[in-house]
Design a protein around this ligand. Structure first.
Ligand code: HPA
Ligand code: ZN
Length: 331
């Protein structure tokens, strides 16, 4: 058994994965054709190419636009969980970002019901579980963010089909030029409905913005949190309070171009500082990644052994939003 195979088989959880970023290129093409959308290329090897976070986001949005309704979301949810299960993922809290679909007139109830139905079918087949996090798309501003969480709250109150899968609320998309504090009302409203809270920050914004997401918005986790290492006092605080970071090292290289190679990534510094730094793929299909490779490449780049990687996987379990019984079942 090679280390790569062992880490592929190791039961793992994932807390930073965008369901739209898991879409198989063949599915993108098929849905685009069905809905009469033109892709920049029909060469599936070239579809996912970009040189910066903003270029990546443009393709991410294109992929999102191929999701035309409930059945497409169900197919995506199903394929996403089946693909991840093939690389040892046993549990996920997975993002979906419905801003542009809602703007185009889709109903949140259909998106949630579709995703939940597809995930349930894949769970029954593979045993790999997935819950959902509804992400606010920052590019749309605070108004649509508040609208999203208000509608989520209404779905929860009415017990809409699939809404029990949605554990929490987060935010993603561009960081530059966006003040995280402007989403305070949306976060307060989400908390009022009982949703758990996380948020993308520090992918290319300073540590002060990370602190605001925790202190002003009340987030329990930070997605990426890469720039945290620039503020040693904040690192100590996050380590002491065990505030989880959902780190995506390969994504940081392939999407954000933050480092030339994996060896230059601060992941080992984060671990040595005692941070609860979990490992995740972010957008595996769009970056040609899977969670097994994420673990293996990190082990190889930093000289971690199998036991070290088991420790990282267990930190992932700690960082989930499961109750103690749920966590115990995964350990
Ligand atoms: N950053 C911001 N938004 C995103 C990302 C990301 O890495 N992936 C999908 N949406
Ligand atoms: Zn992300």
């Amino acid at each position: 058994l090679t280390l790569a195979t062992a880490l592929d088989l190791l039961p793992k959880v994932e807390l930073h994965c965008h369901v739209e970023g898991t879409m198989r290129p063949g599915t993108v093409l098929e849905l685009a054709r069905r809905h009469g959308l033109t892709l920049p290329t029909e060469n599936l090897d070239e579809l996912y190419s970009y040189g910066s976070l903003n270029e990546f986001l443009a393709i991410f949005w294109l992929v999102q636009s191929t999701l035309g309704g409930r059945d497409d979301w169900a197919r995506l949810g199903y394929e996403s969980v089946v693909d991840a299960a093939g690389h040892g993922r046993v549990y996920a809290e997975m993002f979906f970002t419905p801003a542009r679909h809602l703007e185009a007139g889709q109903r949140l109830a259909d998106i949630v019901a579709g995703l939940a139905a597809g995930i349930a079918a894949a769970e029954a087949e593979t045993g790999s579980k997935a819950m959902l996090i509804a992400d606010i798309d920052r590019a749309f501003g605070p108004g649509p963010g508040l609208q999203l969480v208000t509608e989520l709250g209404e779905l929860r109150r009415s017990g809409a089909p699939g809404i029990e899968r949605v554990l929490g609320v987060g935010m993603d998309s561009t960081e530059l030029g966006v003040d995280p504090k402007s989403f305070a009302e949306a976060y307060r409203t989400a908390a009022g409905f009982g949703f758990r809270l996380t948020g993308h920050q520090g992918e290319n914004s300073p540590p002060s913005a990370i602190a605001e997401v925790v202190d002003v918005l009340g987030a329990e986790r930070i997605d990426h949190g890469l720039s945290l290492v620039d503020d040693p006092a904040l690192v100590r605080r996050f380590a002491t309070e065990r505030i989880p970071l959902t780190v995506c090292p390969n994504s940081n290289i392939r999407i954000a171009n933050a480092f030339p190679t994996l060896a230059a990534h601060p992941y080992p510094k984060m671990r040595e500082a005692g941070l609860l730094a979990t490992l995740n793929t972010d957008d595996p299909a769009m970056t040609d990644l899977d969670l097994g490779y994420e673990y293996f490449s990190v082990a190889e780049a930093f000289g971690y052994r199998f036991d070290d990687m088991v420790g990282i996987a267990l930190d992932g379990v700690e960082a989930t939003w499961l109750d103690e019984t749920g966590k115990r079942d995964l350990r």
